[in-house]
Design a binder for this molecule. Sequence first.
Ligand SMILES: [Zn+2]
Ligand SMILES: [Zn+2]
Length: 355
Amino acid sequence: MRAKVLLPWGSGARCPCGSDRAYRTCCRGLDGAPRAKAFDLEPKAPKTGYAHPKCYLGHTNDCATKISREHVLSQSILRQFDAVAIRNVAGLEGADGIKDIVLPTQAATSNILCSRHNSSLSSLDDFAGKFFSSLHKAIPPIRQSNATAARAWAYADGPKLEAWAIKILAGTHASGNITVRGQPIETAIDKEKAKAALYQGEFEPGAGLYIHASNVPNEMDGVQWYLHRTGPLLCGIHICMQGFSFSVVLDAANLEPGALPPNATYRPSLHQLYGVGGDAWIVLGWRHKAEMRLYSRGQIFTPPTGSESMWPYKPLKGPPELDIRTKFNDQLTPRAERSIAPVSMTRVTPPDPPH
Ligand SMILES: [Zn+2]
Ligand SMILES: [Zn+2]
């Protein structure tokens, strides 16, 4: 049986993207589902012909001579927290890999973008700030068992979410703050792929967004990087914010097999967060119809709705019409560990080429 979800936005209602236009004249696709619009964040011509040595888009020869103080994790998101706790930060005094160091959000900056690139990409941070703040509002009613059942909806532009994640990936690479078990490591990134993702939201086949079913309840907010199996090449990033857990792959060909959990789904258009107090839906819009392929080839792991237990996931057969994903559970089960790492349940094969 295939469930159906009725989108809450009438064609005359204000568009959920936050513009002041009617849904029908803004993001509504012909089938009623929202469609992402193409964007181009390349700085306006003419090119400056200058490559700033500290700017991670310096290879485009289109930099300003001024470097800006850029928040590696968007300020629009940091603002939603009082402070950031950082673990395992290279070169930070007192970082022993065990204790969290709590920094005021202003401190989490780095000189990694010239002012010209910083302003051309700043709309990605505005977008992410709005997206995560709507999640932030949706989460409390989900987590409180005595709250009246609440249902919240959020719409996000899929390619923009992907581009924003690559901004975090490129920014952390450029700031040199990536560590493995407390030790700083050298990293590399495919600059051309990063540029295509940042400027136009374009990815190579098989790369892009994967949403994780949460196999770690109460996964901590954080980011984690996917490395090439043998070298320092950064192939993607895993982000968990407000309980929404997803990965964005930049370099699909070089991603280590098994890096993504087997229940990660590729560019799903609907993601549901649910719990005792209500549930929330994230609707991701794509320029074309969203692909609902499964990374693990034919298996979807869906925790039974309302169940106390997260384990084991029951594999369902057939393609998922809906992407029912993350479940919040405030009581950690004895088997659950707090971790920012996605736990791989079985080894997975690389994704099929898209059709
Ligand atoms: Zn719109
Ligand atoms: Zn630049």
